[in-house]
Design a binder for this molecule. Structure first.
Ligand code: ZN
Length: 190
């Protein structure tokens, strides 16, 4: 008799495959401090979702791991759809910026579009912004001035404020990290 994998075995396999896939795709990239391997960021986003946000949905967690692959590597939508399914692909697409647009416009669009995202995509984005604020506190982007950091922190807060009401613990955690970032950069600046 053929061995049939249980659903949780399949989920686990898909999750590990996503981790390995993202690690390969981001293999030559570093975070903005130019020291930490990039893959630490999507893994941190997934960790925040599961540990702080209590998120159990495998499609959301897998999408969190893959969330920057289309935007920052040669990964295509088709690849994500074929390997991880339509739902995961939809979430990743929702949190992917159009790199063809100028940076300032992309940032403006993130604020405008945030409230229209699905509940899953909103949670990924809140955890994403939290991870990036943690990085500004712990291992700041190389060559960023204080002004650039303050601008980023304020912008991240504006994006998150558009998505509130989806996951209280995640939102509370973001607020804590936001306060820490403010403290680190100096209250007077905000
Ligand atoms: Zn990210």
């Amino acid at each position: 008799m053929d061995y049939q994998k249980t659903q949780s075995e399949n989920s686990l396999e898909k999750l590990i495959s996503a981790v390995a896939f993202a690690a390969r795709k981001h293999k030559n990239q570093k975070r903005k401090d130019e020291v930490e391997p990039y893959i630490n960021h999507p893994l941190e986003v997934a960790e925040i979702l599961v540990k702080i946000g209590g998120v159990k949905d495998e499609n959301i967690l897998i999408a969190a791991i893959l969330h920057d692959t289309i935007e920052d590597t040669d990964t295509t939508e088709e690849e994500i759809r074929r390997l991880f399914g339509q739902k995961v692909c939809d979430y990743v697409k929702e949190v992917t910026d159009d790199k063809g647009l100028p940076k300032e416009l992309r940032k403006k669009l993130q604020i405008e579009k945030a409230s229209k995202l699905s509940v899953g995509a909103k949670q990924i984005k809140i955890a994403d912004k939290t991870s990036n604020l943690c990085a500004i506190i712990e291992s700041p982007p190389k060559n960023w001035t204080l002004e650039t950091k303050i601008e980023y922190v304020n912008w991240a807060k504006q994006v998150v404020d558009e998505m509130r009401g989806v996951n209280e613990s995640l939102e509370k955690y973001f607020d804590e990290i936001y306060e820490k970032a403010k403290e680190k950069l100096g209250y007077g600046c905000f």
